[in-house]
Design a protein around this ligand. Structure first.
Ligand SMILES: [Zn+2]
Length: 217
C-alpha cells in the first residue's frame, strides 16, 4: 500500500479542480469535514477522449461480482476504449460494513442547472458549474466532454420501487477514505458538490481533502 503522500490538497466547498495521478499512484478522497459527496470523473491523461464511464462500469462490475451501481471495484473507460483506468483498493464506507451495499456510492449523473431549477432554486451553483471550471484547467470546454457519467463518492442514492431516484444523507463520517489505484496516467476531474437543498451533503456544503500517494515496496 503506497504511503508517501506526494500531493495533499483541500478543495474548498462548492468548487471544482483537476489532479493528475500517474500510473501506479493512489488517488485518495478524504471526508475531511464529514458528510459531503465528491463527484468524480477521470480522463486518460494522454487522450482526453477516453473518459470514465460510470453506468457502463456498474454493469461490467455486476457481471464480475465486484460491485454495481452502489459500489465498483474497476473503473472502465467508455467504448471503444473500455480499459481499466483505476481500481478501488480501499473503501471504508462502500465495503458493505456500514448500512449494506447501498450505503456506499452511486454511479449516475451530477447536479446541474436544470435540476436545481426543478428544485425551485434557479441560479444556485451546481456540480455542472464546478466541472466547467475544472475542465478549463486542462483546456477543455464542458460541451466537448461528457461529464454526466460520474462516480458519486458517498452519495447515498438508489432507484425506488416507482423507478424514481431517492436520496439520503451519506454514511461517511470525518476521516473516511476511498483509494483509487491509477492503472494508467489519469486526470481526476473533481466537483465538491455545492448542493444544500437535499440530504446529499446533509444540507450543508463542505470542503474535501484529496491526496496522491506513491511508494509501493
Ligand atoms: Zn452536485
Amino acid at each position: 500500500m503506497p504511503s508517501n503522500v506526494v500531493k495533499d490538497i483541500v478543495i474548498p466547498k462548492c468548487s471544482g479542480k483537476t489532479m493528475k495521478v500517474e500510473k501506479g499512484q493512489v488517488f485518495r478522497v478524504i471526508a475531511h469535514e464529514g458528510k459531503q459527496v465528491a463527484d468524480l470523473t477521470f480522463l486518460n491523461a494522454h487522450n482526453f477522449k477516453e473518459h470514465f464511464a460510470a453506468e457502463h462500469s456498474a454493469v461490467l462490475n455486476s457481471m464480475q461480482g465486484t460491485g454495481g451501481y452502489y459500489r465498483i471495484t474497476k473503473l472502465y473507460s467508455k467504448p471503444p476504449y473500455e480499459n481499466v483506468m483505476a481500481t478501488v483498493i480501499s473503501d471504508s464506507v462502500g465495503n458493505g460494513a456500514r448500512g449494506g451495499e447501498r450505503a456506499g456510492h452511486f454511479m449516475m449523473c451530477h447536479c446541474s442547472n436544470r435540476l436545481l431549477n426543478h428544485l425551485g432554486m434557479p441560479g444556485t451553483r451546481t456540480c455542472s458549474d464546478n466541472f466547467a471550471d475544472a475542465f478549463k484547467e486542462i483546456g477543455l470546454n464542458q460541451e466537448d466532454t461528457y461529464d454526466e457519467t460520474i462516480f458519486n463518492v458517498w452519495m447515498q442514492s438508489w432507484i425506488g420501487e416507482d423507478g424514481g431516484m431517492c436520496s439520503a444523507q451519506p454514511l461517511a463520517e470525518i476521516g473516511d477514505t476511498i483509494d483509487f489505484l491509477a492503472e494508467m496516467d489519469i486526470i481526476a476531474v473533481i466537483s465538491v458538490c455545492p448542493d444544500e437543498t437535499s440530504p446529499c451533503n446533509d444540507f450543508k456544503a463542505k470542503s474535501l481533502r484529496f491526496q496522491v500517494l506513491e511508494g509501493e515496496e
